[in-house]
Design a binder for this molecule. Structure first.
Ligand code: MG
Length: 218
């Protein structure tokens, strides 16, 4: 059993997902124009509401049903499905993972859809960086029992940009988890003073400076 296991979030923790979203918005508008682009993102929100997570492939399917005659759909589909994710990791993300590997076991624990999100994790280089220790759920905090069975450890360190997820997991695991809030991206400034958060970092690269002694639960 590992002494320490790190569970790392992906979007806006290791990978600049705000930048990816902006890039997608710009390209999609160029491909299908502003009106249909607006409809695409409305469907994206409808899918998010229905499934309770973002699903771009489902959004594509939904757009295809709404606009079967759209002449640029093959390019839209190719662009979304083939999005490369090269250069989308935050500076220092891979170095932070390398540092965590010197302290314990490291796994990706990501929220997202079951198809596009794993492809994102592979294409960005993150799957290789964690030796394919990758788990993706709609809501990771609802699967902690199976995640703990998969990665048995004395203590866990959860690294995430969403204070609400950190607080939820702290409520479920108590002193067994150290919660690290990376204050990056659109959600990173919310609830920054939540007492359930043990450690605050401005950016993921700061993780490379944390020693084992500072990773103590409170
Ligand atoms: Mg995130």
């Amino acid at each position: 059993m590992a002494r320490l296991t790190f569970w790392l979030d992906v979007d806006n923790t290791l990978l600049d997902n705000d930048r990816v979203k902006t890039d997608l918005e710009q390209h999609i508008e160029k491909l299908i124009g502003p009106d249909r682009s607006r409809r695409f993102w409305e469907l994206y929100e409808d899918v998010r509401r229905d499934l309770d997570y973002v699903d771009l492939l489902e959004t594509l399917r939904s757009f295809r049903s709404a606009f079967p005659e759209e002449p640029h759909f093959p390019h839209l589909s190719a662009f979304v499905m083939g999005y490369p994710f090269t250069g989308t990791l935050y500076p220092g993300a891979l170095e932070a993972i390398a540092h965590m590997k010197t302290l314990g076991a490291v796994a990706i624990l990501s929220d997202g859809d079951p198809l596009w999100q794993p492809a994102k994790i592979a294409r960005s280089g993150l799957a290789a960086a964690v030796d394919d220790q990758v788990l993706v759920y709609g809501h990771k905090q609802e699967h902690l029992d199976e995640v703990r069975k998969r990665f048995p450890a004395n203590r866990y360190v959860l690294v995430d940009d969403k204070a609400t997820i950190l607080a939820d997991v702290k409520g479920r695991l108590g002193a067994d988890v150290v919660t690290v809030h990376v204050c990056q991206g659109r959600y990173g400034r919310e609830d920054d003073r939540d007492p359930a958060i043990d450690i605050h970092l401005d950016r993921i690269s700061d993780l490379a400076r944390l020693g084992e002694n500072s990773l103590r639960s409170r």
